[in-house]
Every structure is written in C-alpha cells, then in structure tokens.
Design a protein around this ligand. Structure first.
Ligand SMILES: Cc1ncc(COP(=O)(O)O)c(C=O)c1O
Length: 378
C-alpha cells in the first residue's frame, strides 16, 4: 500500500525520547523550554508549545479576547479543527468561500460576510501555501480584526524569504504525526504580541499565572492564582524531544516534499483533466498535502476506488464544514467555489518516505483511472 501520509522518525527521535524516559520526567519541563527556544530562534518570534494544533488555535483566539457573541471569518474548506477551535471559545465560525486555484480564503467573499460582530479572520495556509495573505491583512486592518493564521500545513514555508510564523499577527502550527515536522502530537502559537503570548502560556496550564516559567525551571506554582478559564493544553517533554529532533531534520523533509510535489506537477502539466494548486509568488512552499482538482464530470469516488485497487491510498481535504450538522448555521449564503470543488478535490500520497518511483506509479494510475472516466477540462 502506498500511504497517503506517514510519520517519519529515525534514530535521532528514538534516542531523544529514550533520554527523556531515562530522566523520568514526562511533564512540561526543560525539554519543552528548549524546543520553544529553538523554534523561537528559527522563527524569530516568541513561541509557546501546546498539546496539539487545535489547542493552539483555541488558546490564540481566547488570548485575543474572542469569545461568546463574536464572529470569526474562516474558510469552509478546512479541517474541522479550525471550526472547533473557534466554537470552543463560544464564538461563531462564519464559513467563507475559497479562491479556486489556491483553495485559500477569498478575501472578497470574507468582506461580504463582515458584520458588527466580526472580530477576527482565520486564513488557512492550505497545503502550505499562504494564498492572498496581503489582502487578508489589508481587510483586517480596515476593520480592526485580529488575524489568527492557521498554519498547520505550512511549517517551513517562506514568504519574502521569511518563515511563516515569523511575521503576521498570531500564527498557529500543528505538529501532529503527519505534519511537515511532528512532535507525536503537538502544536504552537507564535506572536510578537507579548500580551497574547503571556496569556497563552497561562491558559495552557489551567490558567495558573506564571506557571510556564516555573515549569521551565523544573519548579511549580504551589500558591496559584487563576483569573479565567484555562485548559490543560501544554506540551510534554516526551513530545518536545521528538519535535527537537524533527526540527533539525526540517531541511531534508522540506527538500523531499518539494521535490515530490514538483514531480507530480511536472507529470500532470498539460493534462487538462487535472489542475494542481497554485502557490503565491515570492513564496517557497513546504507542502503538507498534494491536492489535485479533477475535471468536471469525472467521478472522483470511482477514481479513488480504482486507485485503492492499485494499492494507492487517497484522501479528500476537505469536506466543507458548513455541510456538517453542527455548523449548518455558519453560512448565510452559498459558497459557490467550495461547493463546486468539494466533489473534485483529491489528495494523493505525500510524505518523506515516498519515492520518486512511487510518484511515477501514482501518476500512471491516476491518468489511467481518469482515462476511464469522462470529463470536461478544468
Ligand atoms: C488546517 C488544520 N488546522 C488545524 C489542525 C489541527 O491540528 P491538530 O491535529 O494538531 O490538532 C489541522 C490538523 O490536521 C489542520 O490540518
């Protein structure tokens, strides 16, 4: 089976985990502090690690003061985690449409969905690409909105030679098992806004004020103060040990992901039944997933079934969130692009252990499966 996605860990991750096990302390301590400091040097921004990317988003929103009665603009075409993080704060996710060729938030559609309750906008860096990020920040500036970037897919992507996370308002990453780097599960929040970062650090430790600093020094707060609802969303030293080893390997991970995506693009170039995503100019993307859009009329589920028969795992990123029962009220009006492409998108295998021969085989099989289906060019 050629897997859709996969963690890739080697001797360095195993040694790092084993060293933490030998120390006999698995909580949040020196290893998390070291991971944060390394991430912070890498991104040139303060960083706070969390138990996963969803928690990072929820804490970032709460730390920006977003809660009940507020609305957050977010594309419907995202993992349900983005929506859940918003609704967990008590705020309402407002489903927006995407730009077809980048599958990122459409700023003009978002503008049409502004109300007096809109407080923030959450662009998703789909597959690693930042989309029309300048227009998102312009919209935010005009309407005094916080921008919480869901950069779960974009660790290692650069824009204007700066890493995503190193600029912008508040940026959240996921380090779950299949992301560009992993800490097993995990995530982080980065921002230059010290008030937000300090609140995130307290909120991740049940709201106990200043406990993050104590824990980094191997201590704890025994006479705590808590001023608001917090969560047990901190990272553990075991996870940070994996994350630190993976961060050192980012250059090889990024190079391999880029090479595989280039190969896919090259193979599909000129095939008018398949469209590949476009990435923003001035940006070098470290792609997390490889999504193609099939021509109208091609039966995507039939293509998937034929690929499964050939031992190729595929996926669909994503099922629109405004179609979920819980979020049925998130869109007041239609999302034409999302609704059109929802049945056309297909994710093909992409991970560090995938070989160039694998990609050739996948492309051969995709082309054969499409040839047996009728379609009108994309
Ligand atoms: C777009 C997006 N946002 C948020 C998340 C949540 O991250 P995590 O799984 O670490 O909670 C993911 C994870 O897959 C994601 O793909």
């Amino acid at each position: 089976m050629i897997r859709l996605s996969k963690s890739s860990v080697g001797p360095s991750e195993k040694e790092a985990v084993s060293a933490v096990m030998d120390r006999g302390f698995f909580g949040m301590g020196a290893e998390v502090a070291a991971f944060e400091s390394e991430l912070s040097s890498f991104l040139d921004r303060p960083v706070a690690c969390t138990v996963n990317g969803t928690a990072a988003l929820q804490l970032a929103l709460q730390a920006c003061g977003i809660g009940p009665g507020d609305e957050v603009l977010v594309q419907s075409l995202t993992y349900v985690a983005s929506f859940q993080a918003i609704s967990a704060t008590g705020a309402k996710p407002v489903a927006c449409d995407v730009i077809e060729n980048t599958m990122t938030l459409d700023p003009e559609d978002a503008r049409r969905r502004l109300t007096e309750r809109t407080r923030a906008i959450m662009p998703i860096h789909f597959s690693g690409g930042v989309g029309d990020i300048d227009a998102i920040y312009k919209l935010a500036e005009e309407h005094n909105l916080r921008v919480i970037e869901d950069a779960a897919h974009a660790f290692g992507t650069t824009l204007n030679d700066q890493y995503v996370g190193g600029f912008g308002d508040v940026v959240c990453f996921s380090f779950d098992g299949i992301k560009n780097i992993t800490s097993g599960e995990g995530g982080c929040v980065c921002s230059a806004d010290e008030a937000v970062m300090s609140r995130v650090r307290d909120l991740r430790l049940l709201g106990v004020k200043g406990d993050s600093t104590k824990r980094a020094a191997g201590e704890r707060t025994w006479a705590p103060d808590v001023e608001e609802q917090g969560w047990r969303y901190h990272m553990s030293d075991l996870m940070a040990a994996i994350g630190r080893a993976q961060l050192r390997r980012l250059p090889e991970f990024a190079a391999q992901r880029r090479a595989l995506v280039d190969q896919y693009r090259h193979r599909f170039d000129g095939n008018n039944m398949i469209r590949c995503l476009q990435f923003a100019p001035r940006s070098e993307v470290t792609p997390h997933i490889f999504v193609i859009q099939l021509a109208n009329g091609i039966d995507r589920e039939n293509v998937r079934a034929l690929l499964t028969e050939q031992g190729i795992q595929t996926g669909v990123h994503y099922y629109p969130n405004h179609w979920l029962s819980y979020y049925a009220g998130s869109s007041e009006s239609a999302l034409p692009v999302t609704e059109k492409i929802a049945g056309q998108i297909l994710s093909l295998p992409l991970h560090f252990d995938l070989t160039s021969q694998d990609v050739d085989f996948v492309c051969d099989q995709v082309e054969a499966a499409i040839a047996s289906n009728a379609g009108t060019p994309v």
